[in-house]
Ligand binder design. Structure first.
Ligand SMILES: CC(C)(COP(=O)(O)OP(=O)(O)OC[C@H]1O[C@@H](n2cnc3c(N)ncnc32)[C@H](O)[C@@H]1OP(=O)(O)O)[C@@H](O)C(=O)NCCC(=O)NCCS
Length: 159
């Protein structure tokens, strides 16, 4: 599965993928106040800011999933419903880990909503270890939304 840079012209496709995937994974386990803030427009705005760091699987304008790394954080990973269980997520996370390692990160981390069991199982399969919980400052247009999450870490040093 080829993983490539995102195109600005597919921001709307990516925003829809993120909006739908966010709801699939989080609407039932996170506070309704946060769900209210997670509008399609809010995802679009955040994607535009993150554009240079977005990596995509799938043909232009038909994204199957995307991943964003920020400093030493695996910041976002979302795969379209139809592409889950297909290896797309594995290709995206392998690409992200390579990019993190290439930028000198030794231990990467990510925040995962408490109760997002499918994502947790996926990260553990990929060698990430749950180290505990943390207070995540989730970005919203009304400022940071503080949320307790699981914290995962992975050493990127060669064995
Ligand atoms: C998280 C995500 C990227 C993982 O990609 P994926 O293609 O679904 O991952 P995989 O299918 O390879 O692995 C998921 C594993 O969880 C298992 N699983 C499925 N539903 C589960 C559940 N409710 N509880 C526990 N495990 C579950 C699957 O069987 C699979 O394990 P297996 O390979 O041992 O059978 C994808 O599901 C997704 O985009 N979800 C919505 C957005 C999201 O949660 N993003 C992460 C935010 S931290």
């Amino acid at each position: 599965m080829n993983v490539r840079a995102a195109l600005e012209s597919e921001i709307d496709d990516l925003a829809r993928l993120w909006f739908d995937g966010w709801r699939d994974a989080h609407a039932e386990i996170l506070p309704p106040e946060l769900t209210r803030l997670r509008t399609l427009e809010s995802f679009r705005d955040r994607l535009l800011v993150a554009l240079p760091a977005i990596r995509v699987a799938g043909a232009p304008h038909s994204p199957l999933g995307f991943c964003i790394v920020k400093d030493d954080e695996l910041y976002q990973l979302f795969v379209a419903r139809a592409a889950r269980g297909s290896g797309v997520a594995a290709a995206l996370i392998a690409d992200a880990e390579e990019r993190l390692a290439a930028s000198g990160v030794r231990t990467a981390w990510l925040a995962c909503a408490i109760g997002n069991e499918r994502a947790a199982r996926f990260y553990e399969k990929r060698g990430w270890r749950r180290t505990g919980t943390m207070i995540n400052h989730a970005e919203t247009q009304e400022g940071p939304f503080l949320l307790e999450t699981w914290r995962y870490e992975k050493s990127l040093l060669p064995d």
